[in-house]
Design a binder for this molecule. Sequence first.
Ligand SMILES: O=P(O)(O)OC[C@H]1O[C@H](O[C@H]2O[C@H](CO)[C@@H](O)[C@H](O)[C@H]2O)[C@H](O)[C@@H](O)[C@@H]1O
Length: 277
Amino acid sequence: MSEAPVVPGEAFASASEVHDAVARVASSAHLAVALDFDGVLAPLGDDPMGVTMAPGAAEALTALAALPATTLALVSGRRLVDLVTLASPPVGTLLAASHGAEHGHVEDSGVVTDPLDADAAESDLLERLDEALTAIAGDTPGVWVERKTFARVLHTRTAEAPEAAAATDRAVEGPASWDGVHAIVGKSVVELAVRSVTKADGVAWVRESVAARAGVEASEVAVVFAGDDTTDENALLSLGVDDLGVKVGHGETAATLRIADEPAVVDLVRALIAARA
Ligand SMILES: O=P(O)(O)OC[C@H]1O[C@H](O[C@H]2O[C@H](CO)[C@@H](O)[C@H](O)[C@H]2O)[C@H](O)[C@@H](O)[C@@H]1O
């Protein structure tokens, strides 16, 4: 299932390249379309709970989720509860939140989650991370700490650039290096997690869930995954030759297709619907 990483140029795919890539993967008998949230479905903003999905995204996701043998999944670094609040995912959606540490799905009756809490050792480590990151935030205007189930996140988006860089360095050189801490530096965030879970785990769970429901082998499920940040590269690296990895925006990537932004993601989903219908 491993695909050699490629580093495409920074040029975005042409319409015909997108069409060909979509046509190839859409011919699979079982398809999972796994999408990151921030920077893919919703443009980035200063307030994480103040963002909204791109125009047309909700309608496109609903139409995709209604297709036969086609499963929509959201694979996000967000807490599951926040992801559900912001995305209002349609019935049938699989949810891999906290990078894949939290699982859920949407039924007619609502969202079903597999409730998970940090254990005692993880809670202790989260408390120490909280103290360390709160101290950094307290010294730096515009820097604040987000509290998630298995992580603490230092947000620097609203700080001046030199202060944001200094706060990031302090977090990386300090608590990020502690035993048991798994650090991810993303877009204006330093995420310090107490569980070693990446979006590759989230995508693997999606593939296995779709296969189990369809009664087929996981290898028979093709996956489209789209992401915009460094945290998405583990998932892109985990894809196989029958899958499709999509990079949204600029930056080094293992994806085989690069598109510009959130409206281009909506167009990609519409193209998948057309090819699958
Ligand atoms: O995996 P994702 O769905 O892309 O989530 C990754 C992180 O998203 C959030 O932070 C990012 O979006 C914020 C709102 O636009 C922005 O202010 C921040 O700078 C971005 O890094 C979220 O707050 C994090 O917990 C997620 O891990």
